[in-house]
Design a binder for this molecule. Sequence first.
Ligand SMILES: [Zn+2]
Length: 483
Amino acid sequence: MTEYEAVIGLEIHTQLKTKSKIFCGCSTEFGNNPNSNICPVCTGQPGALPVLNKEVVNLAIRCGLVLDCTINKKSVFARKNYFYPDLPKAYQISQFDLPVTQNGFVNVVLPDGTEKRIGITRAHLEEDAGKLVHQGAEGIEGATSSHVDLNRSSVPLLEIVSEPDIRSAEEARAYLEKIKSILQFADISEANMEEGQLRCDANVSIRPIGQKEFGVKAEIKNMNSFRAVEKAIKIEIDRQKQVLSSGKKVIQETRSYDEASGKTVSMRSKEESHDYRYFPEPDLLPLIIDDAWIAQIKKDLPELAEQRIARYQEAYGISAYDARVLTLDKAVSDFFDTTAKLYSGDKKTIVNWLTTDILGYLKNENLEIGQTKLTPQNLVEMLGLIDNKTISGKIAKDLIGKMIATGESAKKLVESTGMQQITDENEIQKIVQEVIDANPKQLEQYRSGKTALKGYFVGETMKRTKGKASPQVVNQLLDKLLG
Ligand SMILES: [Zn+2]
């Protein structure tokens, strides 16, 4: 049996965080009424001329800097010709042989903790297309009418193309997460996948281990979550292995990932760049960037993830691993920063709650922290209740899920559900005594030297109090009563 390895490169389209579009003054706001943010330029009317938005270039330079790319002093816009109903000009203004920035890299921490450098081939500017809305039955096939919404047309995008350095679906996900984090921290993009601000295509091929030449690749489109990217690539690698091991050949094509069936489906044979008949955009001058402009952008860079990681380790004594987990998502890191300012106890306590219970909950529910009602104030209040022994850590673990789901304050939830910890020694002593009386056999064994059975009595007491007894008090009482 031939052993194969995967060769993967990602093309990430990210929406730059500007108020207006790339070549006109129309708003980029998401969720407005269809065709309310449009003008002659972004709807491709004859004679309308594009004017480059300076803020778009600022953000492209910033992205080049944080991805360790070369910023090209001269780059050129090019027309990419193709027809699609949501593209009224029948061409997209993009960049081709002279992108604004190229030749960079990012260091990605893989799930096993090792670090890997992934090369960035280039990042180029382009405009987005509009959106088709199909009405009627589900899917294009059953639609009774189709409409075009051009609000997205000419929204500024930066396409970040990686080198084919990625070797597994897990690595692809880790790389995408890293890029998202970089874009958010550097304030280049909100990188919200649900709003289409971060989209990703994957070029996937496989080759026998040890072979240098690349295999034939398929491009996978239509993946709109980290989970989908990881799953789609895994499925595609398996599909190609099956094709090759059955003696057939992988063909170069574009495939779409169908989340419902968990399959990739052929869309069309893959176009080559010459199919697009690129040529320099005659309505725009070459983009010239001088050193002073780059220096200015460098000076104004916000605190990046790497700097936050260092700050967390230094100021709070947090491990490098935890600091990295906290900074995978800027919203989580901001949440931590606010909580740390409000909470006077050990900041590592916040880290524990955030990285295990809270992020675990979000992962299970496929939510981002900003989509929940949990606030730093609520979390600090809950930590206070643990610190003053109103609730046990175990009860807090049940509480946190309710707090995230409802946005209710910890105090209110504790009062309304009677989850207060029992700290009254007399009350606990009564229950401990009941447990001892109910288990004479275990008591005898304990007294004859099997002291490990203490854990059994602790467990029984906690069961009877539904986890509400203070474990500390239970332990002290057992030491006294077991003799
Ligand atoms: Zn416009």
